[in-house]
Design a protein around this ligand. Structure first.
Ligand SMILES: [Zn+2]
Length: 278
C-alpha cells in the first residue's frame, strides 16, 4: 500500500441565487440564476476543486473558502461545458497558480468549439461580473484524477442538460459529484431539451444510481438541503413528468404551472430553466 495514501473528505460551497439582467419573464420568479455548487475533495495535504463557478465575486469568495482549507490545490476539474460552472476559473487560478485546470477530452473539445455564444450571453446577463478571458482546461489522459493515492473516477454522461457532460465518482467516500446530471430540489434546465435528449439524460441518471452512492452533490441545489442520493431518483422523476407534459403539447404557461404545482418546494421557478433560454 502506498505510504502516501490518506483518508479523503469533502466540503461543498454553495453560491447563492443571484439576480441577472433580463426583460421581465412571462411566468415565474424575477430573473435569477439558480444556486450553484463547487466541491472541494481533499486529503491530508492536497485538494481537488470541482467547478470554479461563474462570476468574479462568487469565484473570489470561493477562492477565499478554498484557502481556508489550507491544502495544496492540485487540480480544478470542470464537469461540463456550461459557463455557470467554469467562467470563474481565471479568478481561482490567479489565487492558486499551481493548480491544473482539467476536464474530460470531449468537454474540452466542446469548450474550444461551441461555448463562446453562451459565455457572451452570460456576460450580457451579468454585466461587469464575468472575466473577459477564460483559460481552457487540459484534457485528462485517463478518466480519473489521483488524489493522495486514491482515484476519483470520471464518468462520461454524454448529453444531459448540455452535450459532453460528466460526473465524478469518489469510491472512497461513496460520493458522486453529479455536475448538472442531477439537481437537488431546484428546477431543472429542461426547457431546451428534446425527447431523445431526455432519454439520454435518464440513462445517465440510471448509470449513476447503479453506483449506489451514499451522497450526491448536485451542480444546482436548494442551499438548505443536504446531499442525499435520493436526488438521482427525484431528478429522473422530474424529467419523466416534464416529458409527459411536453408530449401532451401543453402551452408554455400551463407547462410551467404544472411543473411548479408538482414541485412546490423546489427553488428557482425560472422561465429560462423550464421553458428554455429562448
Ligand atoms: Zn449549471
Amino acid at each position: 500500500m502506498p505510504a502516501s495514501r490518506s483518508a479523503l473528505t469533502y466540503d461543498v460551497f454553495v453560491a447563492p441565487e443571484k439576480p441577472f439582467l433580463a426583460p421581465p419573464p412571462a411566468v415565474g420568479d424575477s430573473p435569477a440564476w439558480d444556486p450553484t455548487t463547487s466541491t472541494l475533495i481533499f486529503g491530508a495535504r492536497d485538494a481537488v476543486l470541482v467547478d470554479p463557478l461563474m462570476t468574479v465575486p462568487e469565484a473570489t469568495a470561493l477562492a477565499d473558502w478554498v484557502g481556508l482549507h489550507d491544502r495544496n490545490l492540485t487540480t480544478i476539474y470542470i464537469t461540463h461545458p456550461h459557463g455557470d460552472h467554469y467562467l470563474g476559473l481565471p479568478v481561482v487560478l490567479d489565487r492558486f497558480p499551481g493548480a491544473r485546470p482539467m476536464a474530460a477530452p470531449a468537454t474540452v473539445r466542446h469548450m474550444h468549439q461551441d461555448t463562446q455564444p453562451l459565455d457572451n450571453s452570460l456576460r450580457a446577463r451579468f454585466p461587469g461580473q464575468i472575466a473577459d478571458t477564460i483559460p481552457m482546461p487540459e484534457p485528462l489522459e485517463r478518466p480519473e484524477i489521483q488524489l493522495e493515492g486514491s482515484a476519483i473516477e470520471v464518468i462520461e454522461t454524454g448529453r444531459t442538460d448540455t452535450l459532453d457532460t460528466t460526473s465524478l465518482h469518489v469510491p472512497d467516500l461513496d460520493l458522486i459529484i453529479s455536475g448538472d446530471v442531477a439537481y437537488n430540489h431546484c428546477h431543472m434546465y429542461v426547457g431546451d431539451t428534446t425527447a431523445d435528449g431526455r432519454a439520454e439524460w435518464i440513462a445517465a441518471l440510471d448509470r449513476l444510481s447503479a453506483l449506489n452512492p451514499a451522497s450526491v452533490v448536485c451542480g444546482h441545489k436548494d442551499p438548505t438541503e443536504g446531499n442525499p442520493a435520493t436526488v438521482l431518483a427525484e431528478s429522473r422523476d422530474y424529467l419523466e413528468y416534464y416529458g409527459q407534459l411536453r408530449d401532451q403539447g401543453l402551452p408554455d404557461q400551463q407547462l410551467f404551472d404544472a411543473m411548479v404545482d408538482r414541485y412546490p418546494a423546489w427553488v428557482s421557478r425560472q422561465q429560462f430553466l423550464i421553458l428554455g433560454l429562448g
